[in-house]
Write a protein of this length. Structure first.
Length: 289
């Protein structure tokens, strides 16, 4: 009989005898730990070199699955947080949209009110400008009695001394007058180290106008020429101007020096000028300068 057939018959006999006697055959596969009385969470390997079963832990097989489980848990947790953040952002965006809508309505209401106020302010501004012009004209009208003397040197600012000096100036320019024609006179506070400006208020506006018209004769008259003092400083006569008219006259004088205009002067508070000799007299405010 061939050896191969003989071996098969012997192995089958061995298996049959083992089953009849109740002995546990030697296994080549693993069995669960509970079937052989081992600790839970382990498996038994009977395919060993010495034939003794050995306990094997399931952790050996779980280790290959743990990274996937961990990543899945992390991914699930991140998705849960992202969903929560997304919900909060949607709520916040909704609230912001409502706030922006409310602000748009508020701004629109304010724009409407501002437009209405601007429509009201326009006529009011025009009215204020008209009132300022009327006030300036009225103030300048009440100043028609007064003149300003520049360069006049006096011993003191008393009425007697100043009125006597004014009478001497009037005599020098051909205006007959006395101290009784002067209502009041006094020096203004100094704004520089030079001589103070003397304000003279006449009792008659006609006398003030006559005195002012004769100022052209003062171009060659100095303090020492009329016996007021020993100084050779020239005397100038100007109208008493309001603040507005004084600013206009100051600007005109500056331009007159820069552009070398022929002459510039004021009459009843209004500034007039001539660009060249023999030219037409024009108001300064009418010129586009």
């Amino acid at each position: 009989m061939p050896k191969r057939i003989r071996r098969r018959r012997q192995s089958s006999k061995t298996l049959s005898s083992s089953s009849e006697s109740g002995a546990t055959p030697k296994r080549s596969k693993m069995a669960t730990a509970e079937s052989v009385g081992r600790s839970p969470g382990a498996c038994v390997d009977y395919n060993t070199s010495d034939g003794e079963p050995r306990e094997m832990s399931f952790d050996k097989f779980k280790s290959t699955e743990e990274p996937h489980l961990t990543l899945r848990m992390v991914f699930t947790e991140l998705m849960s947080k992202l969903d929560s953040i997304s919900a909060d952002l949607r709520t916040e965006i909704r609230c912001l949209k409502q706030s922006m809508s409310h602000l748009d309505d508020t701004v629109t209401g304010h724009d409407t009110r501002i437009l209405a106020v601007e429509n009201e302010i326009g006529p009011l501004r025009k009215e204020v400008e008209e009132l300022r012009d009327r006030q300036n004209i009225s103030e300048q009208y009440h100043r028609r009695y007064s003149l300003e003397l520049h360069g006049l040197h006096t011993e003191n600012g008393s009425f007697e001394v100043i009125s006597a000096a004014v009478c001497k100036i009037g005599k020098a320019v051909g205006v007959v007058m006395s101290a009784s024609d002067i209502d009041n006179c006094h020096p203004l506070p100094r704004v520089s180290q030079g001589l103070p400006v003397i304000v003279v208020k006449f009792k008659s506006s006609y006398l003030a106008s006559t005195f002012y018209a004769a100022k052209v004769k003062l171009r060659q008259v100095r303090n020492e020429d009329i016996g007021i003092s020993s100084q050779s400083k020239q005397i100038y006569v100007n109208e008493s101007l309001t603040k507005v008219n004084a600013e206009i006259y100051k600007r005109a004088r500056t331009l007159c020096k820069e552009r070398k205009w022929y002459s510039i002067w004021t009459k009843y508070g209004v500034t007039f000028l001539k660009t060249v000799k023999g030219a037409r007299t024009v108001k300064f405010i009418e010129m586009n300068v």
